[in-house]
Design a protein. Structure first.
Length: 65
């Protein structure tokens, strides 16, 4: 299905948020997630389903200066 991830349209096979993060390579990173503009806590990700056209934002901390 096609979803928008951080502003880019992506094709994913998974349908739950935890599996989508794993599929996209975010699973091992500390991150904050929002689905369709609503914050999704880490403990709610496994029970959060995604649908075609959803918008996912994944924010990860970065070092730099």
């Amino acid at each position: 299905m096609k979803i928008t991830v951080n502003g880019q349209v992506r094709e994913v096979q998974a349908t739950c948020l935890t599996a989508v993060l794993d599929e996209l390579g975010f699973a091992s990173q500390h991150s904050a997630t929002a689905l369709n503009g609503e914050f999704v806590p880490r403990n709610a990700r496994a029970g959060t389903s995604l649908a075609c056209g959803d918008e996912l934002e994944v924010l990860t901390p970065r070092q730099g200066g």
